[in-house]
Design a binder for this molecule. Structure first.
Ligand code: GLN
Length: 154
């Protein structure tokens, strides 16, 4: 981690990820990293970076002030692809959002900015150093969200 400028916490299963973070003793290092360098979290990664403990074995990292509901669209078979409206600091674009047993952002803290919507749901958001998506930008060919993370987060 010391060699990295930025981190991405990927999707997967947030209970398992959090158990492993604690078992491997990575919690403090990740929190320290997120206080000085940028982290992007997708799907389960968003749950790990947020501040809602519900159905998790321990507290998430709390690096971004978002209230999260896990599996908010239903079960694995209810996963879907739909068009997201991005608003990346004034740059509007559509993006193909891949939602795999995705969470929902239920509430945002004052320092958290919404950057993408699926209907009324906020699906992409960020504070100064932490960028989170409820969907999987890495499963499409469009690099715009990763490019935004590289260019605008330090
Ligand atoms: N449902 C998973 C969880 O709650 C997240 C799924 C994903 O990362 N695609 O941890």
């Amino acid at each position: 981690m010391q060699k990295c400028d930025k981190l991405i916490i990927p999707g997967g299963e947030s209970t398992t990820q959090l158990l492993l973070i604690d078992k491997l003793g990575l919690r403090e290092a990740l929190i320290e990293f997120g206080k000085s360098k940028a982290i992007m979290g997708t799907c389960a990664g968003l749950i790990i970076l947020g501040n809602t403990r519900e159905h998790l074995p321990s507290d998430p990292l709390g690096l971004i002030d978002i209230k999260v509901k896990r599996n908010a669209y239903g079960r694995q078979v209810d996963s879907f692809i739909d068009t997201i409206q991005l608003d990346l600091n004034g740059m509007s674009a559509e993006f193909e959002g891949v939602f795999i047993r995705a969470p929902k952002i239920m509430d945002l803290g004052k320092d958290v900015k919404p950057l993408g919507y699926l209907g009324k749901d906020i699906v992409l958001a960020a504070n100064e150093r932490i960028l989170v998506a409820t969907f999987h930008p890495e499963l499409t060919d469009n690099p715009v969200i990763h490019r935004f993370f590289i260019d605008h987060f330090a």
